[in-house]
Design a protein around this ligand. Structure first.
Ligand SMILES: Nc1ncnc2c1ncn2[C@@H]1O[C@H](COP(=O)(O)OP(=O)(O)OP(=O)(O)O)[C@@H](O)[C@H]1O
Length: 241
């Protein structure tokens, strides 16, 4: 399974009632790649994230995570995913450590292993001395970093982030963006939903969704050369799908 792409999506469609939200979507993300999922409001990004996180079933279509088919080997597929949702899902009245421990337990990590990984994660974030503080005391950027660290505790191969910089100021936004690019360089695959051009780097992959369909895909460098990406961004600002 280790040669399989971290994420493979093929022929994926979804309707909300009679309303089509995804139409024959297909793309792949290999390990170590940062892939941006772009699209104006209503393009289908959140619906796609819901399929990838197992909240709704792909029908029709195939989703495999590190070679595990989401329909046939759902638990194995989900075990390979770390998720950071658009809305924070931290308990503000519990400590940094307690939030991380709770999540580690949900993933079935034993307490010794969990504590070791939590200490490593906090050291990496330079937050070891803040472990006993309540989440409420942290600023938005630190809370987001914590959520990313939490999503990685069970060592997934694919990290999904749904517009993770919404509500952050510019320095926090660029710090989070740099942090996640570094995670990709270290070997994880990343799918990052956004509509902000400045979060992308030339080597990143891009999948552009519009009206539920993949309109463009390729690397930022290639799509920028022929002007497609700039056209898309100027078109998409303020536009709905
Ligand atoms: N739970 C739902 N029930 C019914 N329709 C939905 C639901 N969620 C999304 N839709 C519809 O599906 C289409 C795709 O929406 P989706 O939220 O996936 O797009 P998006 O790209 O994430 O947009 P945004 O950037 O605004 O979050 C839209 O027409 C939307 O109205």
């Amino acid at each position: 399974m280790s040669d399989a792409p971290a994420l493979h999506v093929a022929g994926l469609s979804h309707d909300w009632g009679r309303k089509p939200a995804l139409r024959d979507v297909g793309f792949r993300v290999e390990k170590g790649r940062f892939c941006a999922l772009l699209g104006p409001n209503g393009a289908g990004k959140s619906t796609l994230m819901s399929v990838l996180t197992g909240l709704i079933r792909p029908a029709p279509g195939v989703v495999t995570i590190s070679g595990h088919d989401m329909a046939r080997a759902r638990r194995k597929a989900l075990a390979e995913i770390g998720v950071v949702f658009q809305q924070p899902t931290l308990d503000l009245d519990r400590s940094v450590r307690a939030n991380l421990r709770y999540f580690a337990a949900l993933h079935g990590l034993g307490s010794k292993l969990a504590d070791r990984r939590i200490s490593e994660a906090l050291d990496r974030l330079g937050m070891a001395e803040r472990a006993e503080e309540k989440l409420r005391a942290l600023n938005g950027g630190h809370r987001r970093r914590m959520e990313i660290a939490r999503a990685l505790l069970h060592r997934p191969r694919l990290l999904l982030l749904d517009e993770p910089t919404v509500g952050l100021d510019a320095p926090a936004r660029s710090a989070i963006t740099a942090h996640v690019h570094q995670l990709a360089q270290d070997g994880i695959a990343v799918l990052w939903a956004t509509h902000l051009a400045d979060e992308l780097r030339p080597e990143d992959l891009v999948v552009v969704l519009q009206k539920g369909q993949v309109k463009e895909q390729g690397d930022v460098r290639g799509l920028s050369k022929n002007g497609l990406l700039a056209d898309w961004f100027s078109q998409a600002m303020g536009e709905t799908a």
